[in-house]
Design a protein around this ligand. Sequence first.
Ligand code: SME
Length: 155
Amino acid sequence: MAEELLIRGNDKQELYENLLPQVASLVAGESDLVANMANMAAALKQTFGFFWVGFYRVVGDQLVLAPFQGPIACSRIRYGKGVCGTAWKEARTVIVPDVDAFPGHIACSSASRSEIVVPIMREKQVIAVLDIDSDQLNSFDDTDQIYLERLVALL
Ligand code: SME
């Protein structure tokens, strides 16, 4: 296992390109999903300084808070509710450039301004989501979607 992350890159794409193989080797040696979620959240927080980065797991008919980095957050989210519940219901990545413009957005923190939620699939079912919040508007784009989908595929 890597001792520490080597964070290198002049732009977002380079940072993701450097992060991917390091996270891949980190999770390759560990079979526990929660342990891997914890390290992935830490790696993303350390690399990009996101305001909040973490996971919610599907437990029955709700999403339940899982490993994260950042301020305390809502523990449970219902199917189809908020950005996370929408990504779960629609089984697709949801990018929200301005959370105030997303009907039903769940404000765990008033500092959150934009958000991306990426579903984690097992046998065509969503088993969890990765949620990242920024305290700036418009923080997420196709580059984040592409690399975050590749990252969660490692889980
Ligand atoms: N904003 C999310 C809730 C989770 S927190 O951002 C950590 C949503 O609308 O689903």
